[in-house]
Design a protein around this ligand. Structure first.
Ligand SMILES: NC(=O)c1ccc[n+]([C@@H]2O[C@H](COP(=O)([O-])OP(=O)(O)OC[C@H]3O[C@@H](n4cnc5c(N)ncnc54)[C@H](OP(=O)(O)O)[C@@H]3O)[C@@H](O)[C@H]2O)c1
Length: 262
């Protein structure tokens, strides 16, 4: 199977690296992109520019920012015969694409950057992909992580705000750890990173093998101990509510984008 990314920046490169790691041949991956830095990175990954190759493409992935999406989509429709298009673009709903090309196979997928490490989570919302081609797309995303099939545009908005943006929320919270660990390790930022990664690996394994979040907290926290003091302060400041509001703002923004690019 030959695939091409129209727009090949952060998310496309994460998927490409994950696919290559999983054994997908780089010779079967193509890109279209105008950004010089991205072109350099793609050259290093041995990914070819589709502009210079006359080959048929089984599946196109639209991976440009929302503002560039409609032009990109129309360019694919005009330049390639009966393309099958998977849009990775946040917000813009399926109807907006199908208005411009309703006889093509189209679906939306919402991955996250953890695909690079084959730990991605991708939601898929099918519109007009035929069953056998849908299976191919699911198989492809399964190579770089977990796939969740959705059946409503509104679920896609929720998933986008929650998981698509998800890694950034954790990076944001972990800035506190980075700052404090850098002090403890006398500015050894590599050591700090290693410690944070190890902390998160432990957290991930506990979640996989353990009970509910409250049970996991109780294993760490002893009565009147340090953890309890920390958790109590978070509770009194309603940290979870604030986090929830943040995620809700992202979901709201996903819906707004949808309305901006009808
Ligand atoms: N990043 C994530 O974690 C993530 C996760 C899930 C979904 N998404 C979605 O994926 C899409 C891409 O996000 P991203 O972060 O990967 O963006 P990005 O890093 O900016 O990559 C997009 C690339 O497409 C290029 N491009 C745009 N229009 C083009 C055109 N007409 N012809 C050729 N190249 C063009 C851009 O070039 P210029 O730099 O010159 O504009 C850029 O190199 C967004 O819609 C986003 O909602 C992103």
């Amino acid at each position: 199977m030959r695939i091409a990314f129209y727009g090949c920046g952060n998310i496309a490169q994460s998927i490409i690296e994950g696919l290559i790691e999983d054994g997908f041949k780089s010779k079967d991956i193509f890109y279209l992109d105008r950004n010089k830095e991205n072109k350099k990175r793609l050259k290093k990954l041995k990914i070819k520019n589709l502009e210079n190759h006359k080959v048929s493409i089984d599946i196109f992935f639209l991976a440009v920012k929302p503002k560039d999406a409609m032009l990109g989509f129309e360019t694919i429709l005009e330049s390639y015969k009966n393309p099958k298009v998977v849009s990775l673009v946040a917000g813009i709903n399926s109807k907006s694409y199908l208005k411009r090309g309703n006889d093509i196979e189209f679906l939306r997928a919402m991955p996250n950057t953890s695909s690079k490490y084959n730990s991605g989570i991708t939601a898929i919302l099918n519109s007009t992909f035929k069953e056998n081609n849908l299976k191919k797309v699911i198989k492809l995303f399964n190579r770089v992580g977990i796939v969740l099939e959705l059946n409503k545009e509104s679920s896609m908005d929720k998933f986008t705000g929650f998981i698509g943006s998800g890694p950034a929320y954790f990076f944001y919270l972990l800035k506190t750890y980075e700052k404090n660990l850098n002090k403890l390790s006398n500015g050894d930022s590599l050591k700090s990173k290693e410690i944070i990664a190890s902390l998160l690996n432990g957290v991930a394994l506990s979640i996989k093998n353990g009970g509910s979040m409250d049970e996991l907290i109780s294993i760490v926290a002893s009565r009147k101990g340090t953890t309890e003091a920390g958790i109590n302060l978070f509770k009194s400041k309603k940290l979870l509510n604030i986090f929830d509001y943040g995620i809700k703002s992202a979901i709201k923004r996903s819906k707004e984008i949808s309305n901006e690019y009808k």
